[in-house]
Design a protein around this ligand. Structure first.
Ligand code: NAD
Ligand code: TYD
Length: 338
């Protein structure tokens, strides 16, 4: 089995590559990644060095490179993680989100179709549904109503995938997962930002009233669901993936959990101006993937955060080397005048 993992040097992609190596050791894995600010070859370095994963540096939006790669290797399965993934960055500048998330996905779809890929998995997000009020859950038929440029670009990609299935008979599935956390997450997202800031005794900038609710899922649970969707999901279908009631928490509770595990003071919390169009609440109904594919999340929120905090405590060199250069400029731009 020949598998292409795009974005495999990023957070979820690299966790998935490690997961695949453990769960499907006989599969041949190629990673295609542009190594943007969010990509880090260190995340999969030992696998690349030992030769069990092939690494190709390049963009999914580079048609010539993608076409050559697909012609050179007959991929059976493609997992498309590659994306610009941060809502706040998409507010500061949306163009690259359109280029990578929509154009890049279309270029992959064309190459997959031309070379007879047997299954294409589009890693999408629950953010395509927009925001919930105080009650209810996202189901796969919830209308698409993205509010950020990031979410809008992911919605565009989802629609191109569905069009390729309907028009050309491509075998593809779409997964829509909620907020992930775990090892190797770039410290611009809430969980790693707050853990690493707390470790440095720096303020934790909580947007708005801190009561926005997310459904927090440990990344390994997401990886298990993705492999199942790749192997057994029905083509043309969307599968929601989420953590269930245990992981549905307002940001202030997530923040307090991090601080209590680290033994740090809640005085580090600093309320700052809200994000524009900040989605109020996400909650996932994952009964479809549960009943069709037998998937359920296994790691509780407390357990997942404990594991994640441990990882950041033990891998200071990893995040300290990332919190430099471009990151500091972004941090200044996003947080200075809030
Ligand atoms: P990430 O930002 O950590 O990683 C993205 C990776 O894609 C990086 O390695 C980056 O170098 C690479 N990349 C970016 N542009 C590229 C391009 N043009 N060509 C090739 N590679 C490129 O993101 P993540 O959090 O790991 O998210 C992975 C996927 O999962 C994304 O598609 C995202 O929309 C989706 N998703 C993320 C979450 C979450 O909570 N993080 C939740 C649901 C879905
Ligand atoms: P984030 O990790 O950026 O994920 P997403 O916006 O894709 O859900 O943010 C998670 C939640 O945390 C979201 O409600 C915004 C909030 N947040 C803050 O309060 N402060 C921050 O510095 C960041 C990055 C996020």
């Amino acid at each position: 089995m020949n598998v292409l993992v795009t974005g495999g040097a990023g957070f979820i992609g690299s966790n998935f590559v490690h997961y695949l190596r453990r769960e499907r050791p006989s599969w041949k894995v190629t990673v295609l990644d542009l190594l943007t600010y969010a990509g880090n070859l260190k995340n999969i370095a030992e696998l690349v060095e030992e030769g069990s994963v092939r690494f190709v540096k390049g963009s999914i939006a580079d048609k010539e490179l993608v076409d050559d790669l697909f012609k050179g290797t007959k991929f059976n399965l493609v997992f498309n993680f590659a994306a610009e993934s941060h809502v706040d960055r998409s507010i500061h500048g949306a163009q690259v989100f359109v280029e990578t998330n929509i154009m890049g996905t279309q270029i992959l779809l064309d190459a997959a179709r031309a070379t007879g890929v047997e299954r294409f998995v589009q890693i999408s997000t629950d953010e395509v549904y927009g925001s919930l009020g105080p009650t209810g859950f996202f189901v796969e038929t919830t209308p698409l109503n993205p509010t950020s440029p990031y979410a809008a670009s992911k919605t565009g990609a989802d629609l191109m995938v569905l069009a390729a299935v309907k028009t050309h008979g491509l075998e593809a599935v779409i997964t829509r997962c909620s907020n992930n956390y775990g090892p190797y997450q770039f410290p611009e997202k809430l969980m790693p930002l707050f853990i690493t800031n707390a470790l440095e005794d720096k303020p934790l900038p909580l947007y708005g009233d801190g009561l926005n609710v997310r459904s927090w899922i440990y990344v390994e649970d997401h990886c298990a669901a993705l492999l199942l969707c790749g192997e057994k999901g029905r083509s043309g279908e969307v599968y929601n993936i989420g953590a269930g009631a245990d992981g549905e928490l307002p940001n202030i509770e997530v923040t307090k959990t991090i601080l209590s595990i680290l033994g740090k003071s809640e005085d580090l919390i600093q309320y700052v101006a809200d994000r524009p169009a900040h989605d109020r609440r996400y909650a996932i109904d994952y009964s479809k993937i549960k009943s069709e594919l037998g998937w359920e999340p296994k790691i509780s929120f407390r357990e997942g955060v404990q594991r994640t905090v441990e990882w950041y405590k033990n891998n200071k060199e990893w995040w300290q080397s990332v919190k430099t250069g471009e990151y500091l400029k972004y941090y200044e731009m996003n947080y200075a005048n809030r």
